[in-house]
Design a protein around this ligand. Structure first.
Ligand SMILES: [Zn+2]
Length: 260
């Protein structure tokens, strides 16, 4: 219980860093029509959110044209929380849901956390070529040393948000991370339900495959599934109220996970 109180306090403390809905929408509308341009756009969104200099890097990835984009927010320990989302898309719609909705939220989450002290080092990653077989995230995990992998306490993956109220994958996620997200949703009165989307894989699986605790947050239901990878994947498919609730939930979740 004390942990919960502390976490709620932490969530209240970062309330000052809450990015307004209009700004979240503007960043969502800033999608581009090629993966290469998306990578550059994501970088510029990170820069305007305040992630600059040595904290913002590109990671060249074997077999991928565009690099991974990595924004680091140093903490007081070397323990890391990774927040990831792929920026590439399948060229049959605009790829706003899958997955500009996830990656354009990363700079806002960075912005929400940057003003307060935190224990963990947060690493925000825009992954390349997820749609080609998790290329960017697999590369990222495989180049880490054993020690670096052990330092990762959680990987939170955002993929295809805003179609419906927030969903989480349960079958393939870390149990503690699931429980923690459910706790934060209850205490902050934000909607959350379980929806497994087998057999689809996402970047969280690259981490889970290497036994790094991971969770995938999304918004896909059986009814909404056909929107992905289709001409219907447009800005108009996003329900902005649901999308903003997901931002608020993930933001509170990251503050909660940061508690020692
Ligand atoms: Zn996706």
């Amino acid at each position: 219980m004390a942990r919960l109180v502390l976490a709620l306090l932490a969530a209240a403390l970062i309330a000052t860093g809450q990015v307004p809905k209009a700004e979240i929408e503007r960043r969502l509308r800033a999608f581009e029509d090629t993966n290469f341009k998306r990578e550059l756009r994501l970088q510029s969104l990170f820069e305007e959110a305040g992630c600059t200099g040595d904290n913002l890097t590109e990671q060249r990835v074997k077999h991928a044209q565009a690099p991974n984009v990595i924004c680091t927010l140093p903490g007081s320990t070397s323990s890391e929380i990774i927040v990831g989302a792929h920026f590439d898309f399948v060229d049959r719609g605009k790829g706003v849901v899958d997955n500009w909705s996830g990656c354009s939220l990363l700079p806002s989450l960075f912005q929400s956390l940057k003003e307060t002290a935190h224990h963990h080092t947060f690493v925000f990653i825009g992954f390349t070529n997820e749609e080609e077989g998790l290329v960017g995230s697999r590369f990222y995990v495989h180049q880490l040393s054993k020690e670096a992998r052990r330092n990762i306490t959680a990987m939170v993956n955002l993929d295809s948000l805003g179609l419906t109220p927030t969903k989480m994958e349960q079958d393939r996620a870390d149990k503690k991370l699931i429980q923690a997200l459910a706790t934060v949703a209850r205490s902050s009165k934000l909607p959350l339900s379980v929806m497994n989307v087998h057999p689809a894989r996402s970047d969280s699986d690259s981490f889970q495959d290497s036994r790094i605790p991971a969770i995938c947050i999304h918004s896909v239901t059986t009814a909404a599934w056909p929107i992905l990878h289709s001409p219907r994947d447009q800005f108009s498919a996003i329900r902005l109220d649901d999308y903003y609730d997901t931002y608020l939930l993930v933001r509170a979740y990251l503050a909660y996970l940061d508690e020692p």
